[in-house]
Ligand binder design. Structure first.
Ligand SMILES: NC(=O)c1ccc[n+]([C@@H]2O[C@H](COP(=O)([O-])OP(=O)(O)OC[C@H]3O[C@@H](n4cnc5c(N)ncnc54)[C@H](O)[C@@H]3O)[C@@H](O)[C@H]2O)c1
Length: 281
């Protein structure tokens, strides 16, 4: 989708980090923007900021894991703007630890946000985007942890593999059914956001004290994020991918050799090596 100006974007997880940068970038492109987040104050801060720049904006506090809330949000957005052209299912949380040690509720919470949040977004918006008859694009935020299984990050990596798979299925289905929509999987490496503080959004019903294995990976994630690229750089890459209809948005080129090595290892029935990580490329 080459032209963004005058069109409408939806961004979940827009109160912080990558989501905020996406919303700001889309507004700067002249788009109307519908933003959603589970955190009220940060979302209101972004809403005020965008409105202050003259962008048409709708903001909704919601949990992307709540199917009904996402559909109600979609109703509100279509009522307000009449159409949606760019859907970014971006809200996400990190939860790590050794796969045999983490309680089921950690997996459930992470899947509820990172997988079901994406599925609810697709189901609430895509049918009406197709019906609208315009060209459009869906960008789902997965992760490099959705391309390389990341040890000590089981709940997160499983959810991101699933989000990635949902996006690849969606992309094929959009093409096969002759739709004018396209889809991209956003797979960031380290980005300087608040993802390492995801526990701030952990539901009250799922408290867990960090275990040693969790504390270890939490520190790795905090270091990765601290050395990460700015979220605005990710927003630039997303806009470019939407305009050029690229499926995979890999924010860090340093992971490309690892993808090739992964495919080679798998075709030889071997356990793939872990990719080497360099934050700034
Ligand atoms: N930062 C990184 O290094 C990195 C790397 C790979 C993938 N990602 C992915 O990028 C996406 C954005 O994360 P970020 O890095 O900007 O982190 P962030 O914590 O700064 O932003 C995530 C946003 O999602 C919101 N959110 C969390 N749970 C929610 C829920 N249930 N419903 C609605 N909103 C919810 C948070 O309030 C927050 O505003 C996530 O999907 C994350 O997994 C980030």
């Amino acid at each position: 989708m080459e032209r963004l100006s005058g069109r409408v974007a939806v961004v979940t997880g827009a109160g912080s980090g990558i989501g905020r940068a996406l919303a700001e970038r889309f507004a700067a492109e002249g788009m109307g923007v519908a933003i959603a987040d589970i955190e009220e104050e940060p979302l209101e801060d972004v809403r005020r900021d965008l409105a202050g720049r003259g962008a048409p904006v709708v903001a909704q506090v919601l949990d992307v894991g709540d199917e009904r809330a996402v559909h109600t949000f979609a109703d509100r957005v279509f009522d307000h703007f009449g159409a949606v052209h760019l859907l970014c299912n971006n809200a996400g949380v990190f939860s790590g630890g050794q796969i045999w040690s983490r309680p089921a509720r950690d997996f459930a919470w992470t899947l509820q946000v990172n997988l079901w949040g994406v599925l609810h977004g697709i189901q609430a918006f895509v049918p009406r985007m197709i019906e609208g008859g315009d060209e459009g694009h869906v960008v789902n935020t997965a992760s490099v942890a959705g391309l390389f299984a990341s040890p000590f990050s089981g709940p997160y990596s499983i959810s991101k593999f699933a989000a990635y798979a949902a996006t690849e299925c969606l992309a094929h289905e959009l093409v096969i059914t002759g739709s004018k929509l396209r889809a991209s999987a956003l797979c960031p490496g380290g980005v300087a956001t608040r993802i390492h503080q995801s526990d701030r959004n952990r539901p009250a019903t799922t408290p867990t004290a960090p275990s040693d294995d969790q504390a270890f990976v939490d520190q790795v994630i905090a270091d990765t994020v601290a050395g990460g690229i700015p979220p605005e750089q990710v927003a630039d890459q997303v806009v470019d991918a939407v305009r050029t209809q690229r499926f995979l948005i890999l924010t860090h080129d340093t992971y490309r050799p690892g993808l090739t090595a992964r495919a080679t290892a798998l075709t030889a029935d071997a356990l793939p090596d872990l990719p080497t990580y360099e934050p700034h490329n």
